[in-house]
Design a protein around this ligand. Structure first.
Ligand code: BGC
Length: 740
C-alpha cells in the first residue's frame, strides 16, 4: 500500500475528523487525500473472503469475487487445533491482501448458548476456552499477513431473533466467565486490529454505546489497542457510541451521523478531545493497513483448496463406529444415498456466504477413492419440492442399498432452516430423511450416516446405525475431506465443541430462548453446554469433546504442579495402542470440591491435539492458565482464584476421563469491605480485627460460641444493639477494620 500517513487528529478539520468515523459506502472508509489518508476496505469473513466484485453498492448486495471457502467455524472448531486455525488465518490473510482488503470481518466467537441459534455454524463452541483459543489462532494467522481481523460480535450476541434490539440479560458472573472470557483471551493473546460490537443490548444497554463494555472492559482491563467497528447497522445513538468507545460506524450513514458529531462538538455536547482520541485510533489502523507488504498474487487456488480439504478432514467428528464398519475398503461396493452427497451444503447463509473457487462433491470424491461399484440415489429432495415423489425416491434408494455391501447415507439440515437473520425452530432432521434412513436400514443394516448441518441435530437413530460421521458444513472441499475420512486416508480426530443433546427440551436455555418482548433472560447462568448436562447428570446423545478415531489411545498417570507463573502444568503420557497413526485431543478439566461458589462439575481449561504414531507414546503437557482458574467475584467486581486442592481430570471427552490428579493452588486474598452490615462470619474472617472479634465471641459464649455462630453467622453485626458488644465498641472495631 501507500506510504503510512504521518497525520494525527490535530492535522484534520472538524469535518474531516467526523468523516473518518463512518463508512464511505457499504465496505469502505473515507479518505482524506490532502493528508495521504486512504480509504480502507473492511469486508466479510469469516471463513473465506467475501468481497463484492466491481464497485461496492450501497446495500452490499452485488455478487462477490471467487475465494476459497474454508470450513465455517462449526467445522474448524471441531479440530481443537489452534495451529491449524492459524494456518487457515494465514490463507485468509493472503487472499485478503491480494484483494487489497485491510480488514476481514471475523472470527465470530459467540458462545453457542442454544442449538437453536441460526448462526451457530459461524461460531466456535459452547465453551469459552475453545472459542478463545481457536479465535486467537485465526487472528494470529490473518494478521501475520499484514491484514486486520475483526473479532465479533462483541458481546452476548447469542441469537438471531430480534437481534438488533434484544437485550441479553446476563448476570455479571456468567457474562465474565462464559460470554466474555473467549473475547478476553483473543484480545490478550492476539490483539485483533478491530473488534466488532454486536447489534444487541446487554442488560438494557446497546453494545454499540456501552462505555463499560467498549472502554472499561475491552481497553482498560484487557488492554485492547485497536478500533471498535459497529456491526453493520448497529449504531443507535452515534454520539453516545463515540464517547463509549465505538470508533467506526459501518456502513455509511450518508453523512447524517457525521453531521451529528460535528454539531455535538459545536454545541458542547461532545468534547473535541474525545473525537480526537477516536480519530487517532482510526489513523493507527490506517497506518497498520498501509504497512502491509505488497501482496504477490495471483491466488494459488490449488494450494488453498488443498488446505481447505485438509481442514475439512480434520473437522469431521466420527460419532460412532460399531464393528469397525469404517474405514471403508476400496473394494467394498457402495450405495451413496442422499441429495447432499451430490449437492453439498458446505456453508451457511447470510453475510458469510463465500463464492467458492470450486466445489467438491462427496459423491465424486468417494468414486475417486473407490475401486468398486458406487451407485447413487438421491433419496430425497433438499427442499422437499412439492412435486417430488418421496416414495419413489425412497424406493430407488432402497434398491441401491440392497444391491451394495454398504450404504452411505447423507442426511442434513436444509439451508432454509438455519441462517443468519433467524433462529431454528427445532433440531430435527426432515421427516422424509428419517423415513428414508429407516427404509434403507431395513434393506441393508450396513449403513453409515454422514451428516451435513450447521447446528447440532437430534439423532434418534443413533443406536440403530453402525456408524455416524458428523460432517458439519465443511467448506468447498468438504466432499474430499469426507471421502478421506470414510476411506481412512485421514484418521478422524475432530471433537465435539458442542454437546449433542438427546432432545431440544433437555438444553440449558430451553424455554427462555429466544426470550420475549425484547429481553432474553440467561436464566441458566453459568451452566451452558456440558456444564449444564453434567450438573444435572443428564444423558446426552454425544458429550462435549467426544470423537472417535481409527486407532485407540491409552492414558498413563497424570501429574500436575504449579509453575512459577502460577499456571498449572499437567502432564500425561498418551500411547497410541492401535495400528495406525492418529491424533488424540487431550482435554484437561478442573473442579474445586467444596468451593465457596457455584461451579459446574467440570470445566475445560486446556487441550491439545497431538499426532501420535502407532505404538508410540507422547508426553503431553497442558498449561492451565492461573487467570482462567479464576471465578468472577461480584462482591469485589474482580477475578479471584480460590485457593484449594483442585481436581484435574484428563481425558478424551468430557465424559471419557482417563486420568485424575489433584493440585494445591494458592488462592488470592479477598478483602471485603467491612461495615456494620457485614455478617458475623465476615467480621471473623477479616485479617485485621477477625482475631479480636473471635476472642470476644469466645469470652462471651465459651464453648457454645460455635453453636451460636452456626445460627447467627450470617447475621449482620450491627443489627442487634448491644449484641455481642456495646454499640460504641462494635463501631470502633468496624472502623479499625476499615482503616486496615
Ligand atoms: C453481520 C456481520 C457482518 C456484517 C457485514 C452483519 O449483518 O452480523 O457478521 O460482518 O453484517 O456483512
Amino acid at each position: 500500500m501507500s506510504e503510512p500517513t504521518g497525520a494525527s487528529a490535530q492535522d484534520l478539520t472538524l469535518d474531516e475528523k467526523a468523516s473518518l468515523t463512518s463508512g464511505a459506502d457499504f465496505w469502505t472508509t473515507k479518505s482524506v487525500d490532502r493528508l495521504g489518508i486512504p480509504s480502507l476496505m473492511l469486508t466479510d469473513g469469516p471463513h473465506g473472503l467475501r468481497k463484492q466484485g466491481g464497485d461496492t453498492d450501497h446495500l452490499g448486495l452485488a455478487g462477490s469475487i471467487p475465494a476459497t471457502c474454508f470450513p465455517p467455524a462449526v467445522g474448524l472448531s471441531a479440530t481443537f487445533d489452534p495451529e491449524l486455525a492459524e494456518r487457515v488465518g494465514v490463507a485468509l490473510g493472503i487472499e485478503s491482501a491480494i484483494e487489497d482488503v485491510a480488514v476481514i470481518l471475523g472470527p465470530g466467537i459467540n458462545i453457542k448458548r442454544s442449538p437453536l441459534c441460526g448462526r451457530n455454524f459461524e461460531y466456535m463452541s459452547e465453551d469459552p476456552i475453545v472459542s478463545g483459543a481457536m479465535g486467537a489462532g485465526l487472528v494470529r494467522g490473518i494478521q501475520s499477513q499484514g491484514v486486520g481481523s475483526s473479532l465479533k460480535h462483541f458481546a452476548a450476541n447469542n441469537q438471531e431473533t430480534d437481534r438488533l434490539r434484544v437485550s441479553s440479560d446476563v448476570d455479571p458472573r456468567t457474562l465474565r466467565e462464559i460470554y466474555l472470557r473467549g473475547f478476553q483471551r483473543v484480545v490478550e493473546d492476539a490483539q485483533p486490529w478491530t473488534v466488532m460490537c454486536s447489534y444487541n443490548r446487554i442488560n438494557g444497554v446497546y453494545a454499540s454505546e456501552d462505555p463499560w463494555l467498549l472502554t472499561t472492559v475491552l481497553r482498560d482491563e484487557w488492554g485492547f489497542e485497536g478500533i471498535v467497528v459497529s456491526d453493520w447497522g448497529a449504531v443507535n445513538d452515534r454520539v453516545s457510541g463515540l464517547v463509549a468507545g465505538m470508533d467506526l460506524e459501518m456502513p455509511s450513514s450518508g453523512g447524517r451521523t457525521d453531521a451529528e458529531i460535528v454539531a455535538a462538538v459545536q454545541n458542547g455536547g461532545l468534547a473535541e478531545s474525545d473525537l480526537d482520541t477516536v480519530v487517532d485510533r482510526l489513523l493507527d489502523l490506517t497506518r497498520k493497513a498501509q504497512a502491509r507488504p505488497a501482496a504477490s498474487g495471483p491466488l494459488d487456488v490449488d494450494a488453498h483448496h488443498a488446505l481447505a480439504r485438509e481442514v475439512a478432514g480434520r473437522s469431521i467428528v466420527l460419532l460412532r463406529n460399531e464393528g469397525g464398519i469404517l474405514p471403508l475398503q476400496p473394494s467394498t461396493s457402495l450405495a451413496v444415498i442422499g441429495e447432499f452427497a451430490r449437492t453439498p451444503r458446505f456453508q451457511g447463509a447470510g453475510s458469510s456466504q463465500i463464492n467458492p473457487t470450486r466445489i467438491d462433491t462427496a459423491l465424486d470424491e468417494i468414486r475417486a477413492l473407490s475401486d468398486a461399484d458406487v451407485s447413487f440415489a438421491a433419496g430425497y429432495t433438499i427442499d422437499a419440492a412439492p412435486d417430488s415423489d418421496a416414495a419413489a425416491l425412497r424406493d430407488e434408494a432402497v434398491a441401491a442399498a440392497s444391491a451394495a455391501d454398504v450404504a452411505v447415507v447423507f442426511l442434513g439440515v436444509p439451508a432454509h432452516e438455519e441462517s443468519e437473520g433467524f433462529d431454528r425452530e427445532h433440531i430435527d432432521l426432515p421427516a422424509a430423511q428419517l423415513q428414508l434412513l429407516d427404509a434403507v436400514l431395513a434393506a441393508n443394516p450396513n449403513a453409515v450416516v454422514v451428516l451435513s448441518n450447521g447446528g447440532v441435530v437430534a439423532l434418534p437413530f443413533a443406536d440403530r446405525v453402525p456408524a455416524i460421521v458428523e460432517a458439519w458444513l465443511l467448506g468447498q472441499a468438504g466432499g474430499g475431506g469426507t471421502a478421506d475420512v470414510l476411506f481412512g486416508v485421514v484418521n478422524p480426530s475432530g471433537r465435539l465443541a458442542e454437546t449433542i443433546p438427546l432432545r431440544i427440551e433437555d438444553t440449558p436455555a430451553f424455554g427462555s430462548f429466544p426470550g420475549e418482548h425484547g429481553h432474553s433472560v440467561y436464566g441458566e447462568g453459568l451452566l451452558v453446554g456440558y456444564r449444564w448436562y453434567d450438573a444435572r447428570r443428564m444423558e446426552v446423545a454425544y458429550p462435549f469433546g467426544h470423537g472417535l478415531s481409527y486407532t485407540t489411545f491409552a492414558y498413563g498417570d497424570a501429574t500436575a504442579s504449579v509453575a512459577e507463573s502460577g499456571d498449572v502444568i499437567v502432564t500425561v503420557p498418551v500411547t497410541n495402542t492401535g495400528s495406525v497413526a492418529g491424533r488424540e485431543v487431550v482435554q484437561a478439566y478442573t473442579s474445586l470440591p467444596g468451593s465457596s461458589v457455584q461451579r459446574a462439575p467440570r470445566e475445560l481449561k486446556a487441550f491439545a491435539s497431538v499426532l501420535i504414531a502407532a505404538g508410540e507414546t507422547a508426553q503431553v503437557e497442558l498449561r492451565l492458565r492461573r487467570a482462567e482458574l479464576a471465578y468472577w467475584d461480584t462482591r469485589i467486581d474482580g477475578w479471584v482464584v480460590e485457593g484449594g486442592d483442585y481436581a484435574i481430570e484428563v481425558g478424551s471427552s468430557s465424559r471419557d476421563l482417563r486420568a485424575r490428579t489433584t493440585v494445591a493452588v494458592p488462592g488470592d486474598e479477598v478483602v471485603l469491605p467491612v461495615t456494620l452490615g457485614s455478617s458475623f462470619d465476615e467480621l471473623l474472617s477479616d485479617p485485621v480485627v477477625g482475631a479480636d472479634f473471635s476472642a470476644v465471641i469466645a469470652e462471651k459464649f465459651g464453648t457454645e460460641g460455635d453453636e451460636m455462630l452456626k445460627m447467627l453467622g450470617n447475621f449482620p453485626v450491627g443489627r442487634l444493639d448491644g449484641f455481642p458488644l456495646p454499640r460504641t465498641e462494635l463501631v470502633a472495631l468496624v472502623e479499625r477494620a476499615q482503616r486496615g
